[in-house]
Design a protein around this ligand. Sequence first.
Ligand code: BG6
Length: 505
Amino acid sequence: MESLTIHRTQPAPTCTVVIFGASGDLAKRKLIPALYNLVHCGQGAMPAKSAVLGFARRELSLDQFHASARDWTNRFSRLKVEEGCWQSFVDGLDYLAGLDQPDGFDKLKAKLESIEKARGILANRVYYLSIPPDAIRDSVARLKQAGLIADPKAKNFTRVVVEKPIGHDLESALAINRALLENLDESQIFRIDHYLGKETVQNLMVLRFANNIFERLWGARNVDHVQITVAEAEGLGTRAMYYDGAGALRDMVQNHILQTLSLLAMEPPVSLNASAIREAKLNVLQALRPIHADTARSHTVRARYSAGVENGKPVVGYMDEQNIPDNSDTETFVALKTYIDNWRWSGVPIYIRTGKRMPKRASSIFVQFKDVPQILFNREAAVPANLLTIRIQPDEGFSFDVMAKQPGLDITLRPVRMNLSYESTFGGGVSPDAYERLLLDVMDGDHTLFPSGHFVEKSWEFVQGILDSWTDASRVPLVEYPAGSWGPQAAEDLIRADGRAWHEP
Ligand code: BG6
């Protein structure tokens, strides 16, 4: 059968991408390699003549910046660095210091104008704010003061990309959204959540709405429960400054996991356009049952890793990681149970768990179907229920567990797995990195994969209920789990109390 391309037949318009915080971790690991991949000869997705400008505090010569960019790309790029492509990438790669200087934004203006003049391109600008959340408001206000934000109706565009975390709690998230809207039109704001750029997360919509069978089974009538596990083997690394103030609930649940859940559970949108999809997703959050003081103990678990073994090597506990304060009570693991109180999902528990220093890096969604009625085969011996597993990473793909008759003269039933692996079906290395897709969507002006301001606020509302209930440590104590394990016993107990168990991703 022919493949079907729905999207992206037109090249995105030429623009200049300005990376604020161009020597930070995100720029190193993700943004510069992703932009290089977009320029990579074979792919050619980056609009012709587009430029990239690194904007940061540190004084660097252009040669130094190019050398660093090459090193980062060598280390983190999906596609290999090839001389010809690299040359065309660095031809459009510039650098400016001055992010923290009083006249830094005037310099930025002059620099952008000279780049645009030299390349003969329109003043289409993408400002990627890869900076701490408390610096976002100031930078956007300074962009406005310096006359660097185009009217949303102008021929040339301004787009501002904001990274998570958008706020630290509900109040600060509301303040950031307000500050953004004081200086920008909603159509100019792109709140990035890189999980939405992952192939399998996008495939959720295709799986549900381009196949007839799944959607008909999708909901309380047939589904027993849903599990989402996002496990990471990595510990804290060098991110104590950020992470110790955040913790697993803010770092993973407030954004990536609630985004994924909303795509999984939403009603079919009326069309594939961004506003229809955003509305359908928001409706899921509006129906999410809040967790408050009265349910926090039975519905949430918070834990942090202690010393243990990861991949055969001993590793330290969270409190012994670099730069963790002695009085830290940050969780590196969270498990919770919630419900979506709408007609489709009424009474179906949603179990979520995520943590660092778990046995492996693996994220999956499990849709567990209801038991087979206790008649015919299931009268004789328990027949396991069907299970749909959507593997977000690694080994992207999905599988469906069904019962089958084992060949032979007697009737022996055996569970078998129908499996789609992206790698074996579509070939390895074909999936663009999440940032490649999302950067291109920004250049295209396509908001489909970007959370709306309302969504961010609603997701904070849900998370804030949990955070408030945790302020009383006796209600949900912070427990420990050994590094390299699947989390604390309390997480097993949370699901076992309902007669169920976690599936291993
Ligand atoms: C980030 C979190 O948003 O997502 C990190 O801040 C986490 O703590 C990362 O490690 C996980 O992303 P991925 O793509 O590796 O699953």
